[in-house]
Write a protein that binds this ligand. Structure first.
Ligand SMILES: *Cc1c(COP(=O)(O)O)cnc(C)c1O
Length: 378
């Protein structure tokens, strides 16, 4: 058989367009993160890498404000970390209550159902959050072993307040699992103070790192339950009783960590430690306010009430008679700016604008507002 040249296409060296990524993710990586990514490799059990693994775990604990021993980057995007959080927390037959006020709550429902949980959906309109009375009423009805909430719902731009949720969970002897993909490194997060048992995130949002790793943290209540399991965690790749041995003191091989992505994450976390969490949260708030003021001046309104509006992701209502897709396409083709449209209940009704990590800067807000004004005035 002669070698076929059918798939031997001639392509040019990669030259990507200079996009400003102001959508729901990925956001642009910080230049220092991209530089770190291109460092030469070491082996995944090299003493230099083991030192790096320790630093990444410690810096992740800072970013999340937790002392959880098991705090590691899962090899995979945010969804892999979500699945790891679910599969290591939920056991078949468990009653699991999930807040469904956006797209990612639905994803958590899907995952928990696939792993044999008895899932109850707690629903609310997209763009709102759950109050304690609603959560309590739902917990009384289904007596959950696990409560799943999305802290920063990227599909709606709403923040889920967590004050008082731990006390409720204690009352019902329930684990609290939260999605912090669009809040870690951008929005106030105090995991231990809030009594969160399990949380996950992704590198591509407010951490200013390319997609590829999914930070995960599991508290002692989850680890206890994990140790008492009588059946194996039904996902080999994401089983933290196995992966934990690689990231823990034993350093036994499980799978090869994505070496260079961990360089990138380390640099992203170093940037957070340098800036300081309070200053970083304040920067995100300030630049979001600049955006919200500018939108109001143009006569545009935000979908989410200011009291629970995320600084990292704003949903902007599309004015009557405007084709949201046409506006996004023009912003991309003429200004190299990416924003996104709405999902689910909000499809065709909003644009989603992200100001995440490195991208949360005044000049980006000014540029977007000017470009949006130009396109809308045509
Ligand atoms: C982006 C996102 C995810 C999924 O992360 P991927 O990196 O796309 O896998 C999960 N939850 C929320 C809230 C997100 O914004």
């Amino acid at each position: 058989m002669p070698v076929s040249d059918k798939h031997r296409i001639q392509t040019r060296e990669l030259d990507t367009p200079p996009r400003l990524l102001l959508g729901p993710g990925p956001s642009n990586a910080h230049p220092r993160v991209l530089r770190a990514l291109s460092n030469r490799q070491v082996g995944h059990l090299d003493p230099a890498f083991i030192e790096l693994m320790n630093e990444v775990q410690t810096l992740l604990r800072y970013a999340w404000q937790t002392d959880n021993q098991v705090t590691i980057p899962v090899s995979g995007t945010g969804s892999a970390a979500m699945e790891a959080a679910v599969v290591n927390t939920v056991q078949p037959g468990d009653s699991v209550l999930v807040g469904c006020n956006g797209y990612f709550g639905e994803r958590m429902v899907d995952m928990a159902s696939r792993y044999g949980a008895n899932v109850t959906r707690m629903e609310a309109p997209w763009g709102t959050a759950f109050d304690l009375e609603t959560i309590r009423a739902n917990m009384e009805a289904c007596r959950p072993q696990v409560l799943g909430l999305v802290h920063a719902e990227t599909s709606t731009g709403a923040r889920q307040p967590l004050d008082g949720v731990r006390e409720l969970c204690d009352e019902f002897d329930c684990l609290l699992l939260i999605d912090t993909v669009t809040s870690l490194g951008g929005v106030e997060l105090l995991l231990d103070e809030w009594g969160v048992d399990a949380a996950y995130s992704g590198t591509q949002k407010c951490l200013s790192c390319p997609p590829g790793l999914g930070p995960l943290t599991l508290g002692s209540r989850v680890i206890e339950r994990l140790n008492q399991r009588t059946t194996k965690v039904p996902n080999w790749y994401l089983d933290m009783s196995l992966v934990g041995k690689y990231w823990g003191s034993e350093r036994t091989y499980h799978h090869t960590a994505p070496i260079n992505m961990n360089y990138a994450l380390r640099e992203a976390l170093r940037l957070i430690a340098e800036e300081g969490l309070e200053a970083r949260w304040e920067r995100h708030r300030r630049n979001a306010q600049l955006l919200w003021d500018g939108l109001a001046e143009m006569g545009l309104s935000c979908h989410v009430d200011a009291s629970i509006r995320l600084p990292s992701l704003t949903t902007v209502r599309v004015p009557d008679g405007v084709d949201p897709g046409a506006v996004s396409r023009t912003l991309l083709s003429e200004y190299n700016i990416e924003i996104a449209g709405g999902l689910g209940e909000l499809a065709g009704k909003v644009w989603r604008v992200g100001l995440m990590g490195f991208n949360s800067r005044p000049e980006n807000v000014t540029l977007l507002l000017a470009a949006l004004k130009d396109v809308l005035n045509r």
